[in-house]
Design a protein around this ligand. Structure first.
Ligand SMILES: *[C@@H]1O[C@H](CO)[C@@H](O)[C@H](O)[C@H]1NC(C)=O
Length: 305
């Protein structure tokens, strides 16, 4: 794989300066606890613990190479107490991934200031959209995923050579970095196991001796033609562009059948490309953050959490 990275336009635009005070001295005032790499530069700032000094918060620009297909990570999100924490954690994972474009779609009538600010600060390539789906649907997030698919179809033409892959990456999962390498060269649809889903330790795809997916290793709704979780597959951009009418169906779909209906509209079982060592490695997990127990009314409502 090539690693001719695009130079960031201005290196300084990736530095943010923050003033440290005594309160924060545990975080930015004790050079002993800082990793060895940053010590010498930090020492210049940290001559005295009693002084007010400036700390560099370094947002690493994600590498970009003209020779790598782009990963379009589509993330529906909605307001709840752990939303900012989940999006923060996820953005830190994505910062390690080359050629990634994050499409974040809020389930709301307006783009929230919190999500807008968070995206602006990440240093990631992103598109911020919103659409409110008032109906209670079996598959939360599919109205938002559909808007992202529409955005891709509006912005790319099937006739261009758009090397790219689409991944429906919810904000409450944990993603290994290897996963993104696995999906990057997807021709049509690639698949892999997902951890902690369907009331089992993991769900997976069964691969035969000729390297083809022939069945699913699941406990939940085993009769589904594509018995796979949203986090367990990626679709090439070209396939999405070549089938412009395929969206997630919002109505008449039993719970847990959203993914299978979508894939049935796109491909056949024979088209699937098993990844993650022939579906034997778990590289993504459902790890949704637990809603915190809250003392109602406690705390300054203007402090964002
Ligand atoms: C997957 O299985 C097929 C068939 O056994 C084999 O040819 C192929 O090398 C395997 N791929 C990986 C990545 O192990």
């Amino acid at each position: 794989q090539e690693r001719s990275l695009k130079k960031p336009k201005s290196a300084s635009s990736f530095f943010f300066f923050k003033t440290c005070n005594k309160k924060l001295s545990r975080i930015c005032g004790n050079s002993q606890s800082v990793g060895s790499r940053g010590i010498s530069t930090l020492r210049n700032f940290l001559q005295s613990r009693n002084k007010v000094y400036t700390e560099q918060v370094y947002v690493r620009p994600p590498p970009w190479s003209d020779s790598l297909p782009t990963i379009y990570a589509i993330t529906p999100t909605y307001y709840r107490f752990v939303q900012k924490a989940e999006l923060t954690r996820m953005s830190h994972t994505l910062l390690h991934v080359a050629n990634l474009h994050w499409i974040v779609v809020e389930d709301s009538d307006r783009k929230s200031a919190m999500v807008s600010r968070l995206l602006e600060k990440t240093g990631l390539n992103y598109t911020h959209l919103n659409v409110h789906v008032a109906e209670k649907l079996n598959s939360k997030g599919s109205g938002q995923r559909n808007l992202a698919l529409k955005w891709l179809r509006d912005n790319f033409s099937v006739n261009d050579s758009n090397a790219g892959v689409i991944y429906f990456a919810d904000d409450d999962n944990t993603y290994s970095l290897e996963l993104f390498d696995e999906m990057r060269y997807t021709k049509k649809v690639s698949v892999w196991p997902v951890g902690f889903v369907g009331a089992v330790r993991f769900e997976s795809c069964k691969v035969n001796a000729s390297g083809k997916v022939y069945a699913w290793d699941v406990k939940y709704a085993q009769g589904r033609p594509f018995a796979i979780d949203m986090a367990g597959f990626a679709v090439s951009l070209q396939l999405i562009l070549s089938k412009p009418d395929v969206y997630f169906r919002l109505h008449g779909i039993p719970s847990g059948h959203q993914e299978t209906k979508f894939l049935e509209d796109l491909i056949t079982l024979n088209d699937l490309e098993p990844k993650a060592d022939n579906c034997t490695e778990v590289l993504v997990w459902h790890t949704r953050a637990q809603a915190p127990p809250l003392y109602r009314g406690y705390g300054d409502p203007y402090i964002e959490t």
